[in-house]
Ligand binder design. Structure first.
Ligand code: GAL
Length: 682
């Protein structure tokens, strides 16, 4: 049985870099970690040269020595393959292993993740170093699991090296078999792009407008995902041969252009995530406008990880201020925030929390990326808080293995996620709706899951959700539409938004009446549509006494079929009075087609009118600033209340429960101090 994520207890860890510190500090560091409650460390993810300092010359003394010490003090270790940072000797001798920009310029040594996944030389050298690591260290008592590489597709998620072009051709030959089929799928007759030889095909190249055939780009992203998966598989297959029974294999991060579901199924035991919620306060994309979710938005990322692994680990949990010497800046967590963010991770399904990093590095690109300890290593406020977090984790440890409870889901699939990147209009509607639906769910205390329509998903996986949103199911296939029909037919409620069903799997528009494959299910016809022009003013929708704003786009609807009813209309512009919302009774359930993108206001009205808002209203009343989450284990519910605000918040428990931090019974009005958390066993 694995030492972490085994459903028995919560475990605390940290990321340690013995190669950054004089050996005299190691023992004291490990001992201090244990005294803090840290029982696992992750090591070696960037330490290739410590084992292969020059080509083909292997030495194991550094890690042998360190692992001896870990064993001596009783520290458990997650060991990594070091392939995120190839050594200088390697990239100089074999420049073909390097990734390149779209103009073919190679990314050189000096940073990290500058390799490509398809270079045969790199794959061979990675397989060799993985084999050396795994065969030499695989039986080590202190090692409990393995991390493959580090943050696959972080920093760069596009690849333009020569090896990528060669591998792309192989991928396409396998997929299409003939050039005729490829030309047809990519619509190459448009602008005279027809290919007459496989050698004429490249990964996307520099064009004056940045525009490349969209159907090619969709396949290119699928190709990147396949490349990452096969790279992870190459390593996990080797590690599995040598690791001890019960030791796990994982990888960390959550980055674009990867079918994480397939990768996890093929190569990993579970997924781990790196959570830095403070970015909410510093990156342009996470502005701190009133009403923004700020660090609470990280719950959205955690929900994405949960969609891959219902129980997961946090390999890197923020413990200090963040920043490179060249970019990025995020403030030091305020007193209480390390606890809050740790509990946020646990509330969403994390049973392992590992802080990044034990000591702040005094040199290099990340010398401003703070860990638990500052440069001097002396005790500080943050380590004192982490000791208290450990006490809390011990007190609530029985939640381990509990499953996050949601009655509402948002459906996703990789075709549409990747089409969003390529298609400006899809991007515009999707970014608005995804953000709005998540925010509306958070602010109405409606726990929400992301549910991926993978090849292996079954109707039972959908049946547990009362309501499923599929905001903009632009690319639709027959198989997916049948699955949705089964879900609704068996009593589910499906809500889809504008721009649905108009593309096939190649990303080409279909010639059927819209919404294509979903016409029967939604009982909707879409004879006309338009994006909301800048001079259209405020376009609103009226639904049963509620009026709210349409966003970005309007599908002008007609109810089609005897079970379809118009529920809402547009109230402005030339289409005032035209249906904006159609509800179709289908089997025992309902399918709703909403002709626009979802604003937060619209999403909230949907949650309320469909009777799923404030899921736990009979148990708890919480203010806006607090997140409500429930994990369930063997019929026991554990309620998490998280206050993201600086000020005290008051929650009211309508049902008596046990405050797991104190073991005391609680009910009625309870004060949560600023950044305060509470876990109640119901
Ligand atoms: C993560 C990465 C770590 C470290 C950290 C701070 O993305 O896995 O190696 O770089 O961020 O930048």
């Amino acid at each position: 049985m694995s030492e972490i994520l085994n459903g028995n207890r919560l475990v605390m860890g940290t990321c340690y870099y013995p190669e950054h510190w004089p050996e005299r500090l190691w023992k004291e560091d490990l001992q201090r970690m244990l005294d803090t409650g840290i029982e696992v460390i992750r090591v070696a993810e960037f330490a290739w040269s410590k084992v292969e300092p020059t080509e083909g010359n292997f030495t194991f003394t550094f890690w042998d020595h360190f692992l001896d010490l870990a064993e001596e003090v009783g520290m458990k270790v997650i060991f990594c393959t070091p392939t995120a940072t190839p050594p200088a000797w390697l990239t100089e001798k074999y420049p073909e292993v390097l990734n390149a920009d779209i103009q073919g310029n190679l990314y050189r040594h000096g940073t990290r993740r500058h390799y490509n996944y398809n270079s045969p030389v790199y794959r061979e050298l990675c397989a060799r170093i993985t084999e050396k690591f795994a065969s030499h260290y695989g039986r080590r008592k202190c090692i409990i699991g393995w991390q493959i590489d580090n943050e696959l597709n972080c920093e760069k998620d596009v690849f333009y090296s020569e090896s990528d072009t060669k591998a792309f051709r192989v991928f396409l030959k396998k997929k299409y078999e003939t050039l005729d089929a490829l030309n047809e799928a990519w619509g190459t007759v448009f602008w005279n792009q027809t290919y007459t030889d496989w050698e004429e095909i490249f990964v996307p190249r520099y064009t004056y407008s940045g525009s490349v055939n969209p159907h090619e780009v969709l396949d290119y992203i699928r190709f990147i995902s396949d490349s990452v998966r096969s790279f992870a598989r190459l390593q996990s297959d080797i590690v599995r041969i040598y690791c001890k029974p019960g030791d796990f294999i994982t990888t960390n991060g959550l980055f674009d252009h990867i079918d994480n579901h397939k990768m996890t199924r093929e190569s990993l035991d579970f997924y781990t995530y790196d959570s830095y919620p403070d970015f909410a306060f510093c990156l342009d994309m996470y502005t701190d406008k009133p009403g923004e979710l700020r660090d609470r938005k990280w719950s959205r990322n955690l929900s994405e990880v949960r969609a891959i692994s219902p129980i997961f680990g946090i390999m890197e949990q923020q413990s200090g201020a963040c920043g490179w010497n060249t970019r990025l800046e995020a403030p030091t967590p305020r007193p209480g925030q390390i606890t809050l963010w740790t509990l946020q991770s646990i509330a969403h399904g994390a049973d392992y929390i590992s802080y990044f990093r034990w000591r702040t590095c005094t040199f290099g690109t990340e010398m401003y990326w703070h860990g638990i300890l500052d440069y001097s290593g002396r005790d500080n406020r943050r380590i004192r808080e982490i000791r208290q977090v450990h006490e809390k984790m011990e007190a609530i440890s029985e939640v381990a293995g509990g499953i996050y409870q949601a009655r509402v889901g948002v459906l996703k699939d990789y075709d549409n996620i990747w089409d969003v990147e390529i298609d400006h209009w899809h991007q515009r509607v999707d970014s608005v709706s995804q953000k709005a639906i998540y925010a509306a769910a958070q602010k109405t205390h409606t726990p929400l899951d992301y549910v991926y329509l993978t090849d292996s998903i079954k109707t039972e996986d959908l049946a547990k959700y009362q309501v499923l949103f599929y905001p903009h199911a632009t690319i639709m296939t027959e198989q997916r539409s049948r699955l949705l029909e089964e879900y609704v037919g068996n009593g589910g409620t499906l809500v889809i938004g504008c721009r649905s069903g108009y593309k096939d799997e190649t990303g080409k528009c279909v010639m059927e009446k819209l919404p294509g494959w979903m016409a029967a299910l939604t009982g909707t016809d879409i004879p006309e549509y338009s994006f909301i022009a800048p001079d259209a003013g405020r376009v609103t929708v009226e639904w049963d006494g509620s009026t709210f704003e349409a966003a970005v786009f309007t599908d002008l609807l007609e109810a089609a079929g005897e079970n379809a009813q118009v529920k809402g209309v547009y109230t402005s512009d030339y289409y005032a009075g035209t249906p904006a919302l159609v509800c179709n009774s289908f089997g025992r359930g309902q399918a709703w087609y909403y002709g626009s993108a979802f604003t937060e206001e619209a999403a909230k009205i949907f949650l309320e009118k469909l009777g799923v808002a404030e899921t736990y209203h009979d148990i708890v009343k919480a203010p806006l600033d607090c997140e409500v989450a429930v994990r369930r284990k063997e019929n026991t519910d554990y309620l998490f209340l998280l206050n993201y605000g600086k000020e005290s918040a008051f929650v009211t428990l309508h049902k008596e429960g046990t405050d797991l931090y104190t073991g005391e019974k609680v009910s009625g009005r309870i004060e949560l101090p600023g950044y305060g958390t509470l876990v109640v066993k119901l």
